[in-house]
Design a protein around this ligand. Structure first.
Ligand code: FES
Ligand SMILES: [Fe+2]
Length: 443
């Protein structure tokens, strides 16, 4: 039997037990509540500033299952419109991307400019002598659209708090990601990965920040890497370092895992596998970043991997490549995923190539990691159908003072926000230790 929405999560901090009822992953009713209380209320990632750099640039996006036009107007402003014709409903923008002065609906050819205004109606005289008002039949704006360092988010909720407030502690990590550009500006590299998974959408934020699954699930990748000569890590440097990362609750359901890595990062950590030719360039960037940001922050930018979750459905993997990944459910057991590669605006040549190679080889839907992850997620979904067990266990590391990236604090943070929204009982307590959670929220 499915518990009511307040009781889909068991959060026993004293006993160190955290469980999620499996109907959260299988029930139509829960998905309906998610549409209404999460996707219609939160800030949702729509696209990156660099994707609509010029006037008339546009991207068609599915945001939580709704077709959206993300457009740079002639006046230079970014806008998000519902992609539906104010005449009789057809979608107006039928291409995924491009540049256009106007958008013409294919059904009866009403035409809209890049600011959404209705500027052309075939046979307009038919409306003469009526109260028909062309201005009022313009494309409708999504109520809120704001950006943080080039990441544009929209909200279907006119009352939503300002984006920066919503991002809470996650903005610091977006800063770290963006500061790997010497210019402080990142861009989406053209092209994207699109795939779907026969699994509940919430399994992906869990998986994207799950250090525990790495070795067992991605065995093939690690074997391959060992066969081609390792990750290029300098073992001597590992000594005295904490290899293995930490997990943090960042407020509002956002979370991060951050790990110092002994192997290379295309941005600014050279290892022999990258080849001698790129060494001077990578080392120069490294030096410059350390100069700009000081040794501590500089090292976080150059030597640490991080996976950041922005509630509910944005993940930024800043690892072997920097990947922006978003996903939405179509059914309780089916989601669509989109992923883009992010790079410093000034990065080109061999460094960019190394980054894109990793985007494809490790993170792509035909790469070494993603198919394993999709398989794991789909296998969980099949497991839920088997029945017998009603609860997932997400208790790992619950009584530890500092959670590691192979604990499950990062998932608990997500689930605490999730259940608070589903049950309509807002929370300000996302960590395992209430005091620590409060400090993070104030930071
Ligand atoms: S539905 Fe678009 S012009 Fe008729
Ligand atoms: Fe994985």
């Amino acid at each position: 039997m499915q518990p009511d929405s307040h009781h889909l999560v068991i959060d026993d901090r004293e006993g160190g037990i955290f469980r999620v009822h499996r109907s959260a992953m299988t029930s139509e009713e829960v998905l309906e509540l998610e549409r209404e209380r999460i996707f219609a209320r939160c800030w949702l990632y729509v696209g990156h500033d660099s994707e609509i750099a010029e006037a008339g640039d546009y991207r068609r996006r599915d945001v939580a299952g709704r077709s959206i036009m993300f457009v740079r107007g002639k006046d230079g402003a970014a806008r998000a419109f519902y992609n539906t014709c104010p005449h009789r409903g057809a979608i107006v923008c039928r291409q995924d991307e491009g540049n256009a002065k106007t958008f013409q609906c294919f059904y009866h050819a009403w035409t809209f400019n890049s600011e959404g205004r209705l500027v052309g109606i075939p046979g307009k005289e038919a409306y003469e002598g009526t109260r028909f008002d062309a201005a009022e039949r313009s494309l409708k704006h999504v109520p809120r659209l704001e950006q943080y360092r080039g990441f544009w988010f929209l909200s279907f909720n006119p009352e939503v708090e300002p984006l920066e407030e919503y991002l809470a502690g996650a903005s610091e990590y977006l800063d770290i990601v963006c500061d790997q550009s010497l210019d402080g500006r990142m861009r989406i590299v053209s092209g994207s990965h699109r795939y779907s998974s026969r699994a509940n959408w919430k399994l992906l934020p869990e998986n994207s920040l799950d250090g525990y699954h790495g070795l067992p699930t991605h065995q093939t990748y690690f074997e391959y890497v060992t066969n081609v000569g390792g990750m290029g890590g300098d073992e001597s440097k590992v000594k005295g370092r904490t290899f293995g990362g930490t997990a943090k609750a960042l407020g509002n359901g956002h979370a991060v895992v951050e790990t110092w890595v002994p192997w290379g990062r295309p941005v600014a950590r050279w290892v022999p596998q990258m080849g001698e030719a790129v060494k001077p360039e990578i080392e120069a960037v490294r030096e410059r970043l350390h100069e700009l940001y000081g040794p501590e922050r500089g090292e976080r930018i150059t030597d640490y991997n991080r996976n950041l979750l922005i509630f509910p459905n944005l993940v930024v993997n800043d690892i072997l490549a920097t990947v922006v990944r978003t996903f939405h459910p179509l059914r309780p057991d089916y989601m669509e995923v989109n992923a883009w590669a992010l790079a410093p605006v000034e990065e080109e040549g061999a460094r960019l190539q190394a980054r894109l190679h990793n985007f494809l080889e490790f993170l792509g839907p035909g790469g070494f990691a993603t198919p394993d992850d999709v398989e794991a997620l789909e296998s969980c979904q099949i497991g839920y159908r088997a029945g017998g067990e009603e609860w997932n266990d997400v208790s790992r590391g619950m009584r530890r003072d500092v959670a590691t990236d192979s604990d499950e604090l990062q998932m608990r943070t997500f689930w605490r926000e999730w259940v608070a929204r589903i049950a309509g009982t807002p929370t300000s307590d996302w960590g395992d230790h209430p005091a620590a959670a409060a400090a993070t929220a104030v930071d």
